[in-house]
Design a protein around this ligand. Structure first.
Ligand SMILES: Cc1ncc(COP(=O)(O)O)c(C=O)c1O
Length: 391
């Protein structure tokens, strides 16, 4: 029987051996064997089939982490998924697997700011050069390709600016030039867009966000195709970047309701976006305006939109912007997103970096909203009352 993904997520990870509907949390540094021969047999199996879930030491995972990897591999429709202690760990693992001193990486100029800092500053110390392209002018990728270019790193939509790129064009540029590709797909998750199936070599998701869904755990996933598997496996083995079993369990638990939660985040965000789009005080950064390039690019490649959006506000009265954010009662103030709850964050022009699409002027502000699972009419009423303060 070929069940849908929604059914698969509900029925996966049952433990018939222990007669439990949920898998056990297997915590182990030492993996115990019946005999020395048993160890050798397992190691031979692992050599022959490196994605088969054979392990001889806790750093390679336990049955709990392997269950999560199996679920994610199915969700991603990828060759394999590596899991890391944080989403940013997955970003690092992807880049570290592919690049060496003397190489160059081309990245979206609106990547998540720690990704920008890692590649622009930290990797510079290892003689790895980062160049950034304009997500709405892909000729800037072609212009920057050299013999040293090893990786095109995409983030879509742009971090906090939410512009969408022509992903098909990026893949064809990369293939023509025989350059590997990675995408940070945290905003959509493979529930709304499957990068490996589409042609990317690597796909990153911060499991801290929608996968876990409850703001109580950190983790990351790096899905790969067969072509890059060995490179990533080598880097993983040599860095020890591995998710622990307790965190893996929580993420597995979250994944059971990923579809239900994302569908609701999306539905709620659409209602809030409809309300926000009527307000002339700001520009809404979310795929809603049917005649816009961003909407067309989103529609072309994605089957849905998650709950994270931005407001670009022009106001000389910074205090009024802060007052608007501070007056929200149902939105918590804090970093991260993807949990059940609504969140708000205010960013000034200095914090968004040097980027083409959303280069904030001194009198411009970005307010990021994560639309949670509350009743959307309550969220709209809350935003309405807070907007009275925006001047
Ligand atoms: C788009 C994106 N990628 C990666 C990360 C990093 O994930 P983590 O916080 O799990 O390290 C974040 C975190 O906010 C993010 O927003």
């Amino acid at each position: 029987m070929n069940n849908s993904l929604k059914t698969f997520l509900k029925h996966t990870a049952k433990d018939f051996h222990n007669q439990s509907v949920n898998p056990p949390v297997v915590r182990a540094s030492t993996i115990i064997f019946k005999s020395m021969q048993h160890i050798r047999k397992t190691q031979a199996k692992a050599q022959k089939n490196p994605i088969g879930g054979h392990y001889d030491y806790g750093r390679q995972g336990t049955s709990t982490t392997h269950i999560l990897q199996k679920i994610l591999t199915k969700l991603e429709e990828s060759y394999h998924v590596f899991t890391t202690p944080t989403g940013f760990g997955a970003v690092f693992l992807a880049i570290f697997s592919i690049t060496r001193p003397g190489d160059e990486i081309i990245l979206t100029d609106s990547v998540y700011s720690p990704t920008r800092i890692l590649t622009q500053h930290f990797l510079k110390e290892f003689n790895i050069k980062a160049v950034f392209y304009d997500p709405h002018d892909l000729k800037t990728i072609e212009k920057n390709i050299s013999k040293k270019t090893k990786l095109i790193f995409v983030e879509n939509p742009g971090s906090n600016s939410f512009e969408f790129q022509d992903l098909g064009k990026i893949i064809s540029i990369a293939k023509k030039n025989k350059i590997l590709t990675a995408i940070d797909n945290t905003w959509a998750t493979p529930y709304y867009f499957k990068p490996i199936k589409f042609g990317f070599d690597m796909s990153i998701v911060s499991a801290t966000k929608y996968y876990s869904g409850h703001s109580d755990v950190m983790g990351g996933s790096l899905a790969v195709n067969k072509k890059v598997f060995n490179k990533v496996k080598t880097a993983e083995r040599n860095t020890g970047l591995r998710l622990g079993p307790d965190d893996a369990y929580l993420i597995t638990r979250g994944l059971r309701t990923l579809d239900v939660r994302l569908d609701r985040h999306s539905e709620n965000a659409k209602k809030v976006a409809e309300f926000l789009s009527k307000n002339k005080k700001f520009k809404l950064l979310y795929p809603y305006k049917k005649d816009s390039y961003n909407f067309r690019m989103w529609k072309k490649y994605y089957s849905g939109a998650s709950g994270l959006m931005g407001l670009k506000i022009k106001s000389k009265n910074t205090n009024s912007v802060k007052k608007f954010v501070n007056s929200l009662k149902l939105f918590g103030y804090g970093y991260s997103w993807g949990g059940f709850e609504s969140l708000a964050l205010h960013q000034e022009y200095r914090e968004t970096g040097n980027r083409k699409y959303l280069n904030l002027a001194k009198d411009e502000h970005l307010v990021r909203l994560h639309i949670g699972l509350e009743d959307p009419s309550d969220l709209i009423a809350d935003i309405k009352q807070a907007l009275k303060h925006l001047k």
